[in-house]
Design a protein around this ligand. Sequence first.
Ligand code: OXT
Ligand code: ADP
Ligand code: MG
Length: 576
Amino acid sequence: MSDAAVKAMPAQEAERELTDGFHLIIDALKLNGVKTIYAVPGIPITDFLRMSQAEGIRVLSFRHEQNAGYAASIAGYLTKAPGICLTVSAPGFLNGLTALAHATTNCFPMILISGSSEREIVDLQQGDYEEMDQLAIAKPLCKAAYRILHAQDIGIGIARAIRSAVSGRPGGVYLDLPAKLFGQVMDAEAGRKSLVKVIDAAPAQIPAPDAIKRALDVLKGAKRPLIVLGKGAAYAQADDAIRSFVEKSGVPFLPMSMAKGLLPDTHPQCAGAARSTVLAQSDVVVMIGARLNWLLSHGKGKTWGTEPKKFIQIDIEPKEMDSNVEIAAPVVGDIGSCVNAMLAAMGGWAAPPADWVKTVTSKRDENVAKMAPRLMNNNVPMDYHGALGVLRTIVKERPDAILVNEGANTLDLARGVIDIYKPRKRIDVGTWGVMGIGMGYAIAAAVETGKPVLCVEGDSAFGFSGMEVETICRYKLPVCVVIFNNNGIYRGTDVNKAGSDPATTVFVAGARYDKMMEAFGGVGINATSPDELKRAVNEAMDSGKPTLINAVIDPAAGSESGRIGNLNPQSALRKK
Ligand code: OXT
Ligand code: ADP
Ligand code: MG
């Protein structure tokens, strides 16, 4: 409030302690345990971010809102509390929106808070600064969207956003804060009273005893059972219960990519290296926090073989049941409660038939043995296996480090080669297979967990968020980025036969991404052999210094679209 305005007030009024929208938002966030905001400053949120920092909230200031948004989304996944991303209006909001939709698609709790322009002008479409009806645009892309117009509603608005993000199936929430709100003034005491601390934001959802009995009856009847663990199981942080359930059942388990490490990939029951066999030959499948979407071929078709299947599905979202195929035993509830209820009702449990366990373990051991020699090669130029073999050992020696992974071949091969030993240590492109999560995920993983981060990136994938290496250097984060530089998307060998422009999938040959890191004071290294790569990554992980290693990979080594080339449409006109 201006000095003149204060002077014009009656004395009593002027003496009242006042607060404003800025402080109420900060107080409401702090009251609900928010410690970090991922943001890009600008009108109308610049002062808000300064004040947040002054009030003890850590503000990570990014170079692009999409990366701040991806950081917030994975912060939500790693902590079970909504990650907060703050952006300016229209373009900043839109930049953040991809990440909000990504959070919703992946079931990560996140709140995108955007400043917005004057409602009166926006609604009459009179051309305000960064005019856009952001609330309307956000609505179809998130779980819930709210706007706060009055300072006295800030407490309830933020509580509503938090509860919406984390309760039930987690997801993205949009919160629209018009510029005028920040400066609104109200009595400080009334303001304090208007704040809401969310109690039991994600209440336990206890499964019905009937559902548990049904599920165990189906599982008991199985001859070739399988457990599929998805990233919902990792998110649930019910690690001990899940491990006990898997071990007591004796059933082979298949981890989806971000569920790797819930039980170590080296666990005797892990069927990760016998994927095709277990999907095709199993007769009863227990899905825990995984959807039967494209990543699991929708639960049908060739991948699932000709054996009739019965599915048991544990999920917090009732509508997930029967979404693709019939679910014989739906168990609706939170994973911790469901798995504990299953454990409690199991009683003495007979191990699955020995011939099934043998089929799975022999296939797995055969595949692992086939892969082993490829990982030891010291070829120059490096191929994926030679380079990944080195990283596999480094991760084995540092099971607490977090692995961020994106690309096509770089993603698909790293998923198989690099074993993960602890829960929530592998974060990647997720349900959409999206490129661009890399640096945002790396930053949030380092900030939220305090652990070292190893980021394994295709050269194309890295390009989507590469500018954030400056952010990594600015905040001195313990992030080591390894770029698998094969000069392009999938491969660096494509040729455009129709003209002098380069083919669409190739990049500048021999680019030196390591120089980018050096430009900002980080360590940059060019590695041309597995030995050089090993030395450089070990040094980076030990020192904790921001490091980028340009790993030179044979441009001919990859395949189109990695392991999902089958999803590319075929031209009807292509000659047979
Ligand atoms: O059992 P079988 O015999 O089948 O064998 C399996 C396992 O049992 C076995 N296995 C093992 N063997 C031995 N030892 C061990 N330890 C072991 N573990 C497993 O190995 C096989 C394979 O196992 P896997 O991987 O589990 O099984 P599979 O069959 O692959 O699983 C199926 C899927 C679908 C679950 C799996 O493939 C999967 O999760 N895939 C995810 C794929 C994905 O999401 N890809 C990213 C998108 S690709 C494309 O869209 C790209 N774009 C376009 C683009 C995108 N995405 N986003 C945006 C915003 N804009 C554009 C772009 C631009 S990728 C891309 C860039 C690519 O270029 P880069 O330079 O970045 O990368 P490079 O390719 O490196 O150049
Ligand atoms: P993946 O890609 O690893 O297969 P998905 O993202 O497809 O995993 O599936 C995650 C599932 O987990 C979603 O259906 C979501 O509803 C569910 N989920 C998330 N958190 C919980 C939880 N705490 N309890 C039960 N289910 C959960
Ligand atoms: Mg590449």
